[in-house]
Design a protein. Structure first.
Length: 188
């Protein structure tokens, strides 16, 4: 399948804000912080599909302690830029979370509503504690109802539309080798 011309243009006009090396260093620091807090906890790591696949896949080999892995697929965005009010649940975890320490891994903390819904779900399932881990945290004031701050985060960015390393632009460019800010004309 040939990449649509519009996606080529978005990529060509984007600005790289974090290189692969900077991301790898951020993942190293995240792994260190997570290990310091949870190495003896036998946690369950929940990957938020689709965006969390790349960050989690790169984070897991850095964690040298026993853990389990599962996933959840919940979204408010689809392939748009603005989250909708209602969370769409496509898949819930199959692992029994009762009495467990859970780490929800996602690509980005933007408004925080999806992450909050997933964390609340884990608590409703009886999790002992639920932590959030995000590769990217946007510097922005968040509305009530969303996660305000991630427990573990790799990088901070301004409130711009970004893609790469798991984050998408209209379902494309998740595989971009770094984190890129879309040009203003493409961020709407």
């Amino acid at each position: 399948m040939m990449l649509p011309e519009h996606i080529r243009e978005v990529y060509a006009k984007a600005t790289k804000i974090f290189s692969r090396n900077e991301i790898e260093s951020a993942l190293d620091a995240m792994a260190y912080d997570i290990s310091a807090k949870l190495a003896d906890a036998n946690p369950v790591f929940l990957c938020v599909v689709i965006g969390g696949i790349v960050p989690m896949g790169n984070l897991l080999p850095r964690l040298d302690f026993p853990l389990e892995v599962d996933y959840v697929h919940a979204t408010r965005y689809g392939n748009g830029f603005v989250g909708k009010e209602e969370i769409k649940w496509k898949a819930k975890p199959g692992t029994d979370l009762k009495g467990r320490i859970v780490v929800v891994v996602d690509d980005i903390l933007d408004e925080g509503h999806t992450l909050a819904a997933i964390m609340n779900y884990c608590q409703e399932q009886g999790a002992k504690a639920v932590y959030s881990a995000v590769l990217v945290d946007k510097k922005k004031e968040r509305n009530d109802g969303g996660v305000k701050d991630a427990d573990f985060r790799g990088l901070m960015i301004e409130d711009v539309f970004v893609f790469g390393y798991g984050m998408d632009y209209k379902d494309y460019l998740r595989n971009a080798p770094g984190i890129f800010a879309a040009a203003p004309e493409h961020a709407k």
